[in-house]
Design a protein around this ligand. Structure first.
Ligand code: PA5
Length: 475
């Protein structure tokens, strides 16, 4: 992809419909935003000063720049996988799965796996992001394990879900006489964890990619976690990283007026303080439907925190909600327009869709239908997007729009980096640790206890001694 013409492909943010100028007393006054500048500058400073620091899990900021060698290696591996395998399956969960699924959805044909081989031009692609037995069986029903390359992605190598998936697949492969390193690639920590131990037991024969120390799961799409699956799909990963770098450049100033991620963070912070607890992401593109899933994890796991850096109980965070334009106009938008004033809606609008679809003439004698003929579906979806934003504004509902000129590798890289930076700045504004996830860890430990893992006997005893469930409350 030629990314030379950056400006034409620049992702921008339009926050007119957040402001008092459009929304009257329901909007944010320019003076309020100006008052935020000092605080925003400090948040910018915190993120900027700690760029790349592994100890703070800020390694993701440097991913657009420090992976030249890895990218070349990934491209070689991807070529081999594309040549030798009929299927490519990611085994992982959470941050190790949502990125690869999102990029697949964004940049490949919406019915990729159903395309005939010559049109698909790459292995069929699946991501096991759960431990639902029905889903695992469904996967096994459609793949041929010995013709499948499995990419096990786990930073810790200790996540029960991922390791369960691994155990099942490894057993099937062994029974079919497959040498595991021939069909499995690990993406994991450089030196620690159970995948490393498994590799050692095979004499270091597995192909391995490193999930860098300073990169947490939800910030990992632009390291080998996302880059290998994307490259196997024929996605231009260099353009994706270039897009992220371009957005980094666009966000290089500590000024709300010129830094789009800082502007979004400031708006989110102001509305949080007003008690708007719901943060909707509504892309007007089926290709970006799963971007909303990826974003929900990024936002929720990063900002949902009990205490701040001063040890004060803050119970921070707003609830991210995924929505799809225009589909959810016929489901959720009624609530957004007339329900409580507790939401901020972020639209993602697309300037040019990947294809045109003219609407045929017909039904001229039925004006309600006939007016559609001669337009295109792109015109219709864009009109509905604009109309919904306008209707929300007219109803005094805050919304802003991220404009993507088109959906491609370069703009997707920009969008991901924009949302990552926005999350990091918002966390800094809230004075919380954006990059840990103690709540998730507690759930993991309780699962270990329930399944009798050694070392978790104390937790098990505590759970067993909890008050028995009251039968009266089960109906
Ligand atoms: O964002 C995160 O850190 C989590 O969602 C993890 O990615 C998820 O829990 C999986 O962890 P691991 O990569 O250690 O298997």
């Amino acid at each position: 992809m030629n990314c030379k013409n950056n400006e034409k492909l620049r992702v921008t943010v339009d926050y007119n419909y957040m402001m008092a100028k459009s929304l009257g007393d329901k909007g944010i006054k320019q003076s309020e935003l100006d008052e935020m500048q000092d605080k925003a500058q400090k948040a910018f400073g915190y993120v900027n000063d700690n760029r790349g620091r592994d100890d703070l899990f800020m390694g993701w900021t440097e991913l657009p720049y420090n992976q030249n060698e890895i990218v070349e290696d990934i491209l070689k591996t991807a070529e081999k996988v594309r040549k030798n395998f009929k299927y490519f399956v990611v085994l992982g969960i959470g941050g190790s799965a949502l990125g690869p699924i999102m990029a697949f959805n964004a940049l490949k044909h919406l019915h990729y796996n159903e395309l005939p081989d010559d049109k698909r031009n790459g292995p069929k692609f699946y991501v096991e992001d759960n431990v639902d037995p029905v889903r695992m069986q469904a996967l096994l029903d459609v793949i041929e394990p010995e013709k499948t390359c499995f990419n096990v992605i786990s930073k810790s190598g200790a996540t029960s879900e991922t390791m369960t998936q691994y155990l099942i697949i490894a057993d099937i492969l062994k029974k079919k006489g497959v040498n595991l390193p021939d069909n499995i690639i690990f993406t994991t920590d450089a030196s620690r964890g159970n995948l490393i131990k498994i590799d050692q037991s095979y004499g270091g024969k597995f192909k391995k990619y490193v999930l860098p120390d300073g990169v947490g799961g939800r910030f990992s799409e632009m390291c080998p976690v996302g880059l290998l699956p994307a490259a196997v799909l024929g996605i231009d990963i260099k353009a994706m990283l270039a897009g992220a770098g371009y957005m980094d450049e666009l966000c290089s100033k500590p000024d709300i007026r010129s830094n789009p991620a800082l502007a979004c963070a400031a708006l989110q912070y102001i509305t949080m303080k007003q008690g708007k607890n719901i943060n909707v992401l509504m892309p007007y593109s089926d290709n970006l439907k799963l971007m909303a899933d990826w974003y929900c994890q990024l936002w929720a796991e990063s900002l949902g925190k009990a205490v701040d850096y001063d040890g004060k109980t803050v119970n921070a965070g707003t609830t991210p909600v995924k929505s799809l334009g225009v589909t959810d106009q016929h489901s959720q938008v009624q609530l957004y327009i007339e329900g409580p004033y507790d939401k901020v809606i972020t639209f993602i609008s697309v300037g040019k869709y990947a294809c045109e679809m003219p609407i045929a003439h017909g039904c001229e004698d039925i004006p309600d239908v006939g007016f559609l003929g001669g337009h295109t579906m792109q015109e219709l979806i864009q009109a509905e997007n604009k109309a919904t934003a306008y209707a929300l504004m007219r109803a005094g509902r805050m919304n802003y729009t991220i404009n993507m000129p088109e959906v491609n590798e370069f703009t997707l890289g920009q969008l991901m980096y924009l949302l990552e930076l926005q999350t990091a700045y918002t966390g800094a504004l809230l004075n919380i640790d954006t990059f840990n996830q103690p709540g998730v860890e507690n759930g993991k430990k309780a699962t270990f206890a329930l399944l009798g893992k050694r070392g978790y006997e104390g937790q098990k005893a505590e759970m067993d001694s909890a008050p028995a469930l009251d039968k009266n409350y089960i109906v």
